[in-house]
Ligand binder design. Structure first.
Ligand code: FE
Ligand code: CA
Length: 527
């Protein structure tokens, strides 16, 4: 069986494999003379392994999946150690782990304009099955990655296992939790944002150190992404199953809202140039489809991922289109500014798309995979309860409308998945969470940070008061880790996996708590 250890071993330089070479030669001979790839160097030489960032896959549907890599022999240099020429990269996808049954292959170009990244959309695959893939450039061969397709649209699969992760500050902790995740036998990973942090070296912590100053230029963002992805646990996990990613703020800049910085006096044109740099580097590094290719400072990231009829995931972008945080982004009561009807987290086109997808869905479970917490947690029973304006309380009118929509349209089993907040939560969502005798409409599972914040408390001092004053909150914890979900037609289980120490190697993972939602009832119950 294909193991995580195998992947880590195969990250190292590999000798030229004869079968691969023959396939490569065959692929080259089939390229039409005037194809797009003809101008690229088909025989590059590398001073060292160009596959230091590993391989990844993502955004699968029932017949295709994105295969990703990036050529970077020197990943911490601006151009990744590549010259300013395009390079031909061949790819293969096989139905077995020995790569002996190639079902599709081809040639693509790694261009300097996109940081020598490669995004292949492998087509014509069978639904609901595992595949293995690899790349070759010149005489260098990538490690083998494993990926899978989704069941066909009309199939009700009996099981889906995935994880939810977010917030992996490199300076504040090791990515130890990915060691456990690699053993979880998952179909998918959802990364809900704060994949990188933009801050200057040393600003966040000392477990490890960011390279350079706060990132601004395209080269800065590329190097920062490379620094994160060179972590073997992170790229090792990317090689094990397809990932579905969306960003939060730190992929660009803390607590930004569309083109508005959290800081005063930032020139909006310069801010958008920086956003273009951030978005491009993000696209380059992630296994995204060509539909997400950035256009200037815009990038289309919201999209649907369908696991047959079992689950539909609407992956949201709550940063690019949102209106500015009300009340100067300070913790505030649910006042007029927070409740204003023109406040939007999603923007009208994304919101309408989401509503349309929800109405048309034939899926048993309808999941919003997004960034900031929907549960309205004020931590106090008094009318002066204060809420985070960067999260859904700052966009309370729209949040209310969404939950009301789910209730009125009787959306089947709505579940919200969330990151951002660096703590674990299991919440029951109501149209107004303060009206605790009203019906529960949806459940929300909030994944803690993978490393951001360093080691946290299992039971923080305020826990008792928090649970007493916020009846919608069924669980809260401040340790590091991720959520592992197991979904069947009958039930949804969320396991909260926590790590006892992210500040040094050897941290241990355990499943601290598990919660279940039964088909037909959004109530969150202990497993
Ligand atoms: Fe974060
Ligand atoms: Ca965040």
């Amino acid at each position: 069986m294909f193991s995580y250890e195998q992947i880590q071993r195969s990250i190292k330089d590999q000798p030229l494999n004869r079968r691969w070479f023959m396939a490569y030669a065959g692929a080259l001979s089939s390229i039409p003379l005037l194809s797009r790839t003809s101008w690229a160097n088909s025989n590059p030489t590398f001073s060292s392994n160009p596959f230091t960032l590993g391989v990844a896959s993502g955004d699968p549907d029932s017949s295709s999946v994105v295969l990703w890599t990036r050529l970077a022999p020197k990943p911490f240099e601006a151009a990744g150690g590549m010259t300013n020429e395009s390079v031909r990269v061949t790819w293969q996808i096989s139905s077995n782990d020995s790569m002996s049954n190639i079902v599709a292959s081809g040639t693509t170009v790694a261009a300097p304009q996109l940081g020598h990244s490669v995004h292949v959309e492998a087509q014509g695959l069978q639904p609901d099955r595992w595949y293995w893939f690899r790349f070759r450039a010149g005489d260098a061969e990538s490690p083998i990655g494993r990926t899978r397709t989704m069941p066909s649209a009309d199939t009700l699969a009996d099981s889906l296992k995935f994880s939810v992760t977010s917030c992996q500050n490199f300076e504040q902790g090791l990515f130890t939790a990915y060691e456990q995740m690699a053993k979880d036998d998952l179909d998918l990973v959802f990364h809900l944002g704060d994949y990188i942090y933009e801050y200057a070296a040393g600003k966040n912590g000392k477990v490890r150190t960011h390279l350079g100053a706060e990132i601004q230029s395209l080269d800065d963002y590329r190097v920062r992404h490379s620094q994160y992805r060179s972590d073997p646990l992170l790229h090792g996990m990317h090689a094990l199953c397809p990932w579905v990613v969306t960003w939060d703020d730190h992929e660009f800049d803390n607590n930004y809202a569309s083109d508005i910085s959290e800081e005063a006096g930032i020139d909006p044109v310069e801010f958008l140039v920086r956003r273009a740099n951030a978005y491009q580097a993000y696209y380059e590094m992630m296994p995204l489809r060509a539909r997400s290719l950035p256009s200037g400072s815009d990038m289309l990231l919201y999209r649907g991922i369908q696991f047959g009829r079992l689950a539909q995931f609407l992956v949201l972008d709550t940063r690019q289109y949102r209106s500015d945080q009300p009340n100067n982004d300070k913790r505030s009561p649910l006042n007029e500014a927070a409740m204003a009807s023109n406040q939007t987290m999603l923007g009208v086109p994304q919101r309408n798309w989401m509503y349309r997808e929800l109405i048309q869905s034939q899926s048993q479970w309808n999941v919003l995979a997004q960034q900031v917490m929907m549960g309205m947690v004020g931590r106090s029973k008094d009318s002066d309860a204060l809420y985070s304006m960067d999260q859904w309380p700052g966009y309370a009118h729209e949040r209310k409308a969404i939950v009301k929509f789910m209730q009125e349209r009787a959306i089947s089993n709505p579940v919200v998945l969330t990151g951002d907040i660096h703590s674990n939560w299991a919440n029951e969502l109501r149209i107004d969470d303060r009206l605790t005798d009203s019906a529960v409409v949806a459940s929300e599972f909030v994944a803690t940070s993978l490393s951001s914040g360093g080691n946290g408390k299992r039971e923080p001092a305020y826990l008792g008061e928090l649970l007493a004053n916020n009846p919608g909150v069924k669980f809260h914890n401040e340790e590091r880790g991720y959520i592992r979900c197991h979904v069947t037609p009958k039930s949804w289980q969320s396991d909260y996996v926590v790590v006892n120490d992210v500040t040094q190697p050897g941290g241990k993972c355990e499943t601290y708590k598990s919660f279940v939602v039964e088909n037909g009832s959004p109530k969150v119950q202990p497993a």
